[in-house]
Design a protein around this ligand. Sequence first.
Ligand code: ADP
Ligand code: ZN
Length: 218
Amino acid sequence: MRLNLIGPPGAGKGTQAHRLVERHNLVQLSTGDMLRQAVTAGTEIGLKAKSVMDAGQLVSDEIVIGIISERLDNRDVRNGFVLDGFPRTLAQADALAGLLEEKRMPLDRVILLEVDDEALVERISGRFTCSNCGAGYNDTLAPTKQPGVCDKCGATEFSRRSDDNAETVRERLLAYYKSTSPLIGYYHAKDLLSRVDGMGEMEAAAAAIEEILAAIRG
Ligand code: ADP
Ligand code: ZN
């Protein structure tokens, strides 16, 4: 299965992608994660990307297309993948279509996670992740059961993204509406789009996604 999750920042793409990886043995392709790794590793791309990401703007198409193109050469993607955070512009979507066509691996479905703007700011501003297993939490909306201890793995180290603050979130939302939301029409026209309500519990969105996948498999 080859899936693409789209939606505004904070819609839950990362969480749902994680779940799909666990349940369906897919590979997660997150340009956001790849860029953050590049920043941490201090590579040339990381150095270029850091200030752009901290400002809530989009990294250049050239850079992210290059990263994804390289990643798609890896054999592991042949068993199926879930794209999360890429493509984010029409140019990226066209480049992706070309790459996948070349490799005879067309997308099966594009899933749009829909969430209201007000909810997004609250979700993003309080979020943090377990440094060990990557489980996601939120100060007010989804705290750990025991303060400072990961529910899933018991680790006590957590991290927060430097771009998860109220000002940067506004900028990221703007970039979403300006550059990414046109993908909704693009994929609708290609007959690939399914919409999922991302406002409720994470389990509810996950169940809606499972229904879509069941329909694909027929
Ligand atoms: P979110 O969707 O929660 O905002 P991501 O982890 O997907 O977070 O992305 C974080 C940042 O990384 C973005 O704000 C942007 O600067 C950069 N980025 C990630 N993916 C792309 C992409 N496909 N094109 C351009 N920039 C990207
Ligand atoms: Zn953990």
